[in-house]
Write a protein that binds this ligand. Structure first.
Ligand SMILES: [Zn+2]
Length: 335
């Protein structure tokens, strides 16, 4: 909505009210084409049984957020190629509309704030398809490259190579951009950071791979009881490392108390409020043998800060994102 508003203002400055309206209509159509491109990726991924969380629209394009990277490189290649194919298909469609209605598709008259909408959409889809095939992360071409490399090496190495190609490209684009087109320089920064994020994500998934929760959980857990006061727990936080606490009553975990819950309780209650009244009674727990990568996924998607690790009703340890990150770092150092 902000982009639409911004384009409207820009259009009215350049070509008055008609420029503003034309610009806003163009942007709506362009984003509709971007959505179709992303739907191409998403529907193909869903066909392969991969969960697609959502499609995020950014001023520089769209992103389909998928739960995982397909194990089979061929699937990743297919999912990545479908998007640009949709864009080329749309370009062809607008080309045919222009031809049959006798409209010019000259590149020279191209403007966001006037001219020919059909010609604009033809060019934009052509550029969208082509630009996305550049073999640089996080563009579709980068994924195709990784997919191709993955057929002959492990996915982490393939990702690293594809990321490096993407970053070298981003650096060139950045310098080209600051001399010729600021917009390009901005896109280059997005590409560089996106590539880095992709590498981090894959590295994390690879080391977490099949490791069980047992290897990363805190075993020396300080527990609290429902009858303690918030003030007493606050003391624990001040003088210890632990910030989230399992609440145990007669050997059984009856709730958890997170740092956030303690601070929000302090806004509403006295320090003398009892743990039993402010603790979280409903909580998600895990087991020692659960896979760390599954738990990592669950904690990030469901925004859980901590999970008690249980064996039946017995508390065995505790796991949080910090521990997972620590485990990942130690594993990487150890090769
Ligand atoms: Zn795409």
């Amino acid at each position: 909505m902000l982009l639409l508003f911004f384009i409207g203002i820009l259009g009215s400055k350049q070509a008055g009210a008609s420029g503003a309206i034309f610009g806003m209509i163009s942007i709506v159509f362009i984003f509709f084409c971007v959505i179709l491109h992303e739907m191409g990726h998403s529907l193909m991924a869903i066909r392969y049984g991969i969960d697609v969380k959502d499609i995020v629209l950014l001023p520089i394009g769209g992103v389909s957020r998928m739960e995982e990277i397909p194990e089979d490189p061929k699937k990743e290649i297919t999912i990545s190629v479908v998007g640009p194919l949709v864009s080329f298909g749309l370009a062809l469609l607008f080309f045919l509309i222009a031809k049959t209605t006798g409209q010019s598709i000259s590149f020279k008259t191209l403007s966001l704030f006037g001219g020919n909408l059909v010609a604009n959409l033809f060019w934009i889809n052509l550029i969208l398809g082509t630009f996305n095939l550049i073999p640089a992360f996080p563009m579709d071409g980068g994924r195709v490259l990784r997919g191709i490399l993955s057929t002959s090496m492990d996915s982490l190495r393939a990702t690293k190579i594809a990321v490096n190609v993407g970053q070298v490209f981003a650096i060139f684009l950045f310098f080209f951009g600051i001399f010729f087109n600021w917009w390009m320089a901005l896109i280059a920064i997005f590409i560089y950071l996106g590539a880095e994020g992709e590498e981090r994500m894959v590295a994390l998934r690879t080391t977490l791979g099949k490791s069980p929760v047992k290897l990363a959980m805190i075993t020396d857990v300080h527990t609290i009881s429902p009858g303690q006061t918030v003030g007493q727990v606050l003391e624990n936080i001040c003088h210890g490392f632990q910030q989230d606490f399992p609440v145990v009553e007669r050997g059984e975990v009856v709730g958890i108390l997170t740092k956030e819950a303690i601070f929000s309780a302090l806004h509403k209650h006295e320090k003398s409020a009892l743990v039993r009244d402010v603790m979280q009674k409903e909580f998600v727990s895990t087991t020692e043998d659960a896979s760390l990568s599954d738990i990592f996924k669950k904690m990030t998607t469901e925004k859980l800060s901590v999970m008690p690790v249980m064996k039946g009703k017995e508390l065995r340890g505790m796991i949080n994102l910090e521990q997972i990150g620590k485990y990942h770092m130690i594993c990487q150092e150890g090769g």
